[in-house]
Design a protein around this ligand. Structure first.
Ligand code: HGY
Ligand code: MN
Ligand code: MN
Ligand code: MN
Length: 424
């Protein structure tokens, strides 16, 4: 399928895919510095990203466009019924990114429904239900530890204590929000909780961020479940001492302790199916070349397709950490920063995606999501299911090499349009 260009196979020019590609490219050009991309509240440049999304939503013909108290960009396209009592399909994805990111993680899932609305608007069509597209803020948890921070506001799960979380420079979330022109007040945030009776469900389109679809030569895949995860920030404490004079058997080397933990986590996860473990951040604060590390900070990201497997991994990693510190005369602190349960797709919405993909003449391939998504947070409020889009370069993601073809982007929009036709 990858070889057959869309217009050979379907006789269609991928103009929607091209528009999506151009938007993604244009937003990426905004990224004059890493930080403003990763955090919704960082700099006016990032507000530009939110404002740019709002401008494009206006151009697409949304009836309501705005930025809410946690920085979500929300566009609503009304249906035929009076807005007051109409039901809505909720959809969208996040617009913040990790550092050194690609340009499709999150954003693709905002652009796809925006283009479907643009096509409806241009055709002067209204569906029996409204379409609410959300560009979620703060999904990645790069600047502040809380992840799914902004999608949590829709489910009523926003923890007011998060407002006091500080970034690496000691700026609180509350102040960062206010610097970005947001109220930074709990009342304004708790008011964002959605009434589940007003919604048909939630769907999210996202790049796969993995190698499966690329290896199968498939443009689209249906997500069966989103892995559950637990995240920690930790620090092992030993004793800083002279690198030249301290005998090897008398050291309390904090970095060596973390190194042992990393290799244990890697081996434990590699030997268990559908389980992954990652230490993505590692630092010897004020380290020196000739000083044995007295402290070593690290992060932990543990994931599995079921909560039971996730928690079994968690227990084993804790046990190993205790054993390492016992043996090496070290102590540790481990702070949980996030726990998300595995989120199985709603069967009805999964079936709608399967019917939509079949309509395009494509095979249905089902796969779990190793990555977390806003859908796993909205899962607490509404039935949800996701559609994955093939990533090029072996599906690499959280890396500037992240890529999607114009043709696959076009197919994603057309699958979304086919899904809309099955919602009523
Ligand atoms: O970490 C994740 O799985 C997602 O990119 N937030
Ligand atoms: Mn991501
Ligand atoms: Mn993402
Ligand atoms: Mn996500």
């Amino acid at each position: 399928i990858a070889e057959i260009r869309l217009n050979d196979r379907f006789g269609i020019e991928p103009h929607l895919g091209q528009q999506l590609w151009d938007w993604a490219e244009s937003l990426a050009m905004h990224s004059d510095d890493d930080d403003h991309l990763t955090c919704t509240y960082a700099t006016p440049a990032h507000t530009t990203v939110a404002e740019q999304l709002m401008l494009w939503m206006d151009d697409c013909g949304f009836d309501e466009v705005g930025r809410d108290a946690v920085g979500n960009v929300v566009g609503v396209y009304h249906g035929t019924a009076a807005p007051a009592d109409a039901q809505r399909l909720l959809t969208g994805s996040h617009y913040d990114t990790v550092r050194r990111a690609g340009r499709f993680d999150g954003r693709l899932g905002i652009f796809v429904p925006m283009l479907a609305v643009r096509e409806l608007h241009r055709a002067g069509r209204r569906l029996p239900f409204g379409i609410e597209v959300v560009g979620f803020a703060e999904e990645e948890g790069q600047r502040f530890p809380a992840t799914f921070l902004a999608s949590s506001a829709l489910t009523g799960g926003f923890d007011p204590a998060w407002l006091d979380q500080q970034d690496a420079n000691g700026v609180s979330l509350r102040d960062a929000m206010r610097n970005a022109g947001l109220p930074g007040k709990v009342a304004a945030i708790t008011g964002l909780t959605r009434d589940r009776s007003r919604y048909l469900g939630f769907v999210e389109v996202h790049i796969e961020q993995g190698p499966v679809l690329d290896s199968l030569d498939l443009p689209l895949g249906i997500v069966t479940s989103i892995n559950g995860s637990r995240r920690y920030t930790g620090e092992i404490i030993g004793l800083a001492s002279h690198a030249g004079t301290t005998p090897m058997g008398q050291r309390r080397d904090a970095a060596a302790g973390v190194a042992e933990l990393i290799l244990f986590a890697e081996q434990r996860a590699a030997s268990t199916p559908d389980v992954v473990a990652t230490v993505g951040m590692l630092e010897v604060p004020s380290g020196s070349i000739n000083v044995i590390p007295g402290r070593c900070r690290f992060s932990l990201d543990l994931r599995a397709t079921t909560d039971a497997a996730r928690d079994a991994l968690d227990v084993d990693v804790h046990h190993q950490l205790d054993a390492i510190c016992q043996r090496r005369g070290l102590t540790y602190q481990l702070k949980p920063t996030m726990a998300a349960s595995a989120a199985p797709s709603d069967p009805e919405w999964q079936a709608r995606w399967e019917a939509a993909v079949t309509t395009l003449g494509l095979p249905v391939h089902r796969l779990p999501s190793g990555a977390g998504h806003d859908a796993m947070k909205i899962h607490e409020l509404l039935p949800q299911a996701m559609l994955f889009v093939r990533g090029g370069n072996g599906g690499i993601s959280h890396n500037p090499l992240e890529s999607v073809t114009v043709d696959d982007a076009e197919l994603a929009v057309r699958a979304f349009e086919a899904l809309l036709a099955r919602c009523h």
